[in-house]
Design a protein around this ligand. Structure first.
Ligand SMILES: [Zn+2]
Length: 368
């Protein structure tokens, strides 16, 4: 394993990331994306000593023009107006608070700062620990606890003025990042790879047949795993799809939509992984950054709604990313393995590869 000095990981946060909160009691979905998840995860990371091993940086506030690089003026204006009013609904599970605009602009600014630190070679990896999350926000709609798409804005920022030509986004949040996928769907220079929970009885966005449009065909990769997927299915998705996809696309920068709601203890997601899977993502991405000679990786927090599990999961990601072995953390308990689920996911991954391989082999032969 390649060892990257841990002092080359930035950890970007801001005390005011806790300001925005939606006015809903438990068990409403909206109540889980709250300041407490942020505070408890941060406290765990601090107490564990992990943050002392990173370069701490404060998220700057992004400007409205940065947000307009991705979102429609109407959406940006609507967030401004309802934040001024102090309440109101912007979209499904996306409500305003008096602090929404300033908190959301800090989250965008943090993601952009992560990109700047990595592209300036100040660090190899940056972890952007901010909220609210962003990957459900489309170019014109806030939804699903997301207002501005931090990931998409930071990716566009990286590609501005041709600083970087090819970016891969890996999204391992429990849910499909429909916003990020929509924004880059026809863009051949941005590869979007999402591993998510998928309901094969009701269907929905995030099917493996969504491969991109026009010149972007073959750059949208969905790995729709079945409900209650265990660690072994995620490991297989990383080895069989994510790593080969990166090798074909050869990104100069890897962006990571790091959502932790696939954790078995999460109140929102229905998957069955623990922090060992998040270590694997960290270790794999670190390895890929080095073997592809990419500038580095920028991680942007998305979901993850169990405040205890969130701390363990981020800790494990950072441990993997720094080339350190996986530590035994308290959430790593043995759980029953359902062979049927494992088998179903093998079939899903076979389908994904069958769908993507024609595009990947074309790309490989074009390069020769
Ligand atoms: Zn999610």
């Amino acid at each position: 394993m390649i060892d990257v000095p841990v002092d080359r990981i930035a950890f970007i946060s801001h005390p005011k990331a806790i300001m925005h909160q939606m006015p809903f009691p438990k068990p409403h979905l909206e109540s889980f994306e709250n300041p407490l998840r942020y505070q408890m995860a941060e406290r765990y990371l601090e107490k564990s000593g992990m943050l002392d091993r990173t370069i701490r940086a404060k998220a700057p506030r992004a400007g409205l023009n940065d947000v307009l690089s991705v979102h429609s003026p109407y959406l940006v204006h609507a967030v401004e107006i309802l934040s001024d009013i102090g309440s109101g609904q912007l979209g499904e599970s996306a409500y305003a608070s008096p602090d929404l605009l300033r908190t959301a602009l800090l989250a965008v600014g943090g993601a952009m700062k992560g990109v700047d630190m990595v592209l300036a070679d100040e660090v190899k990896h940056a972890y952007v620990f901010m909220r609210p999350p962003g990957h459900h926000a489309t170019s014109s709609n806030s939804m699903g606890l997301c207002y501005f798409n931090n990931m998409a804005i930071a990716t566009k920022h990286a590609m501005k003025d041709e600083r970087i030509q090819r970016v891969s986004i890996i999204d391992f949040d429990d849910h499909h990042g429909n916003g990020t996928s929509e924004i880059f769907y026809a863009n051949p220079d941005v590869q979007y790879i999402s591993i998510h929970e998928y309901d094969y009885e009701n269907f929905g966005l995030g099917h493996y047949a969504e491969i991109g449009h026009g010149d972007g065909r073959g750059t949208n990769v969905n790995i729709p795993l079945v409900e209650t997927s265990p660690d072994v299915s995620y490991e297989s998705a990383i080895k069989r799809v994510v790593e080969p996809a990166l090798k074909v696309f050869k990104p100069q920068l890897i962006m990571v939509s790091a959502g932790y709601d696939a954790h078995y203890a999460d109140p929102v997601g229905n998957m069955n992984v623990d922090s060992r899977t998040y270590w694997k993502f960290g270790a794999s991405i670190n390895r890929m950054v080095h073997s592809l000679n990419a500038k580095g990786s920028v991680w942007v927090l998305e979901g993850g709604y169990n405040p205890f599990a969130l701390g363990y999961s981020i800790y494990a990601s950072l441990e993997g990313l720094s080339g350190k072995p996986s530590l035994a953390l308290e959430d790593q308990v043995e759980r029953e393995l359902n062979e049927l689920i494992v088998e179903s996911n093998i079939e899903v991954i076979d389908k994904v590869l069958e769908t993507m391989n024609p595009y990947w082999s074309k790309k490989k032969s074009n390069k020769m």
